[in-house]
Design a protein around this ligand. Sequence first.
Ligand SMILES: C[S@@+](CC[C@H](N)C(=O)[O-])C[C@H]1O[C@@H](n2cnc3c(N)ncnc32)[C@H](O)[C@@H]1O
Length: 372
Amino acid sequence: MSAPTYPSIAIVDIPGKGKGVVAREPIRRGTRIIAEEPRIRVPHYQDRRQALDLKSLSDADLKFFLTFPCEDGMDPVRGRLRHLIPCVGAPDEASALFETVCRMNHTCYSPLGRPNALYTWVEERKEENIAENEEITVGYIQAKTHVMDPFTLLRQQWGFDCRCAGCQRPLAERLESVERVQAFNVHTREVPDRMERNSGYWPLDILDDIERNLLAICAEGYVWEISGCAHDAFQLCAFYGDGASAARWEVLAREVHRVIHGVDHEFEKSAKLVARPTGFRQWKALVLGKAQKLRGPSQKVLSCFKQAVMTSNPIKCSNHECSKTEEGSVKFRRCKSCLDTLGLDVYYCSGECQIADWKSGHKSICGKAVKV
Ligand SMILES: C[S@@+](CC[C@H](N)C(=O)[O-])C[C@H]1O[C@@H](n2cnc3c(N)ncnc32)[C@H](O)[C@@H]1O
């Protein structure tokens, strides 16, 4: 094991993957884990044709270079240059091998797991809380746009056999996932498009698409997408003046968002709309007195939500100032009154956090919206 470059992480051997990076202490979501200088730069590597002149490297750098894996049958230099990462913004458009960043292994998005970190130049993006000793991984391939089995794609493009949990599933299960992901992509593109295109009139059957989409999301474990979809359903029900169904979708959207990402003020705004629907420009039917009965989230959707949220995320304290996760035998308390009807539980690590969260906004949501 090499000396850790950063206080909370270490480069270690990971069975079957060569080296990898693990957390040495819990890392909170949103923490910048690494910001480092390149170790071996390769200018103008964009077209991937320029090779590296090994003779130009110092002995120490050459040794470092050779520690990177090179899959069987690949050229020993080019095979290792696959691990280069672009130095974004560098005037010479260089790519480089970095001591730590380049040691991060890949995890596919699947019902069995996903990357817990990402390379980003956008500060707002946050991934997961990371537990002590957990491996820190990123995604080498696009999360949801893959049109083929990620295991096969990684073998073709990267030359390695992915050992993440999702890729250890039997081929038939992986292919089912690919089908769901494709359906999900079609719905994701089409639903907002159809809602936008028909700005004066939203076809009712979008609700069926949203429900199908949600079931695919839940099966794939893309839980962070749930709130956006549920929010679309909220808008649709609101548009047709079904305040009760709109409110149930809205609570679901907001609570899922809160459990997974933390409080979002846009979602907090929609809570206010539910409380005062006439303030909502699109809430046409209600305002015009032509309300139509639609449907809230079905039991199937709700139980999928519950399972997806619970299995893909550790139970977290819902006080966004805290976000502790439940560990060991100490069980978090639940807010009983609020979301039992939706099948979602809101957890708190302590009475203090429950009170703090109540004061900072839970009070306005708790069980009220569903009674509209
Ligand atoms: C950017 S490097 C990551 C660090 C590398 N493991 C090392 O030892 O330096 C990418 C290489 O790591 C290995 N790797 C990354 N993710 C993997 C995974 N999920 N399963 C198996 N091998 C993986 C593959 O050899 C891949 O070509």
